[in-house]
Design a protein around this ligand. Structure first.
Ligand code: PGA
Length: 263
C-alpha cells in the first residue's frame, strides 16, 4: 500500500501497432478480462492509445466495456484549429471526436520525429486551449543517466511546460516518467530508482503548483505483469504507461490489476 490518494492510471500505448483484426481482438479480449474480474474506476483508470486511424473505432468498441476505458491520442499537431495542413490532426479535431487525452513529449517523438522543446510547447498550448488533457512524457537517455544528469534533464522537461499551464489546468495533466533506456528494451528501472525520480518530479511539480501532490505520475519502460506489483507499491508511482505489454490483453489487464490492488 502506498498511502497515496491518487487513483492509479494504466494506459496502453499501442505505438504503430497492430493490424485492424488484431486490434479488434485485443479490445474484445480486454473487455472479456474486465467482465470476468472487474476493475472499478475508483481502483484504477484505464486508457488506450491506438494508432490515429483506429481512435474512433476503438472508442466505439470500448463503449460497452464494464468500466470506462478512455481513448488516448498518441500525438497531435503543432498547428491549432483546421486548415490546409496535409497529414495533420489538431487538438480541436481530436476534441471534436471526444478524444480527451493526448500523449505529448514521448521520447520516440522527441528522438525520431524532431519534437524539440518548441514543438512540444506548441503542442501543449494547443492541447490546453482545446481543453484536452495531457499525458506529458519525460525521461533521460542512458548517456544522461550515466553522466549523472538524469534528474536535471527530467526536471528541465517539466520546467519546459510549466509557464504554459495555468493554475487550474494542472488538473488536466498527468506526467509519465519513461527512462529512454528502459523503453522497449526489457530493462526496467528498479523500483527504488523509479521511486527516487518520481519523488523528485513530485517535488518539482509541488514547487510549480499547489496541485503537485495530486498529479498522477506514471512510470513507463518495459512494464510487464512480472514487475507491475513492485512498481505499483512505490509511493509516488501512480500508474503505468505500457507499450509492448499492452498489445496482449491478459498482460495489460494484469498490470491494471496490480495497480488497482496496490493503492
Ligand atoms: P514499453 O514502452 O513498455 O514497450 O517499454 C513504453 C512506452 O514507450 O510508452
Amino acid at each position: 500500500m502506498s498511502g497515496s490518494t491518487i487513483i492509479p492510471w494504466v494506459v496502453g500505448n499501442w505505438k504503430m501497432n497492430p493490424m485492424q483484426a488484431n486490434s479488434q481482438q485485443l479490445i474484445q479480449d480486454l473487455k472479456q478480462q474486465l467482465k470476468q474480474n472487474p476493475i472499478s474506476e475508483q481502483q484504477c483508470r484505464i486508457g488506450i492509445a491506438p494508432i490515429s486511424i483506429a481512435l474512433l473505432s476503438v472508442q466505439q468498441q470500448l463503449l460497452d466495456a464494464s468500466c470506462e476505458i478512455l481513448s488516448v491520442a498518441q500525438d497531435l499537431s503543432r498547428i491549432a484549429g483546421t486548415g490546409a495542413y496535409t497529414g495533420e490532426v489538431s487538438a480541436e479535431l481530436l476534441k471534436d471526436s471526444h478524444i480527451d487525452y493526448v500523449l505529448i513529449g514521448h521520447s520516440e517523438r522527441r528522438e525520431i520525429f524532431g519534437d524539440n522543446v518548441n514543438v512540444i510547447q506548441e503542442k501543449v498550448k494547443n492541447a490546453l486551449n482545446a481543453e484536452m488533457k495531457i499525458i506529458y512524457c519525460v525521461g533521460e537517455s542512458l548517456e544522461q543517466r550515466e553522466a549523472g544528469q538524469a534528474e536535471q534533464v527530467v526536471l528541465q522537461q517539466i520546467c519546459d511546460i510549466a509557464a504554459l499551464v495555468k493554475a487550474e489546468q494542472w488538473n488536466n495533466i498527468i506526467v509519465a516518467y519513461e527512462p529512454i533506456w528502459a523503453i522497449g528494451t526489457g530493462k526496467t528501472a528498479s523500483p527504488e530508482d523509479a521511486q527516487t525520480m518520481h519523488a523528485k518530479i513530485r517535488e518539482g511539480l509541488s514547487q510549480i503548483t499547489p496541485l503537485g501532490a495530486e498529479i498522477a505520475i506514471l512510470y513507463g519502460g518495459s512494464v510487464k505483469p512480472e514487475n507491475a506489483a513492485e512498481l505499483a507499491a512505490c509511493a509516488d508511482i501512480n500508474g503505468a504507461l505500457v507499450g509492448g505489454a499492452s498489445l496482449n490483453a491478459e498482460s495489460f489487464y494484469q498490470i491494471a490489476q496490480a495497480f488497482a490492488k496496490s493503492k
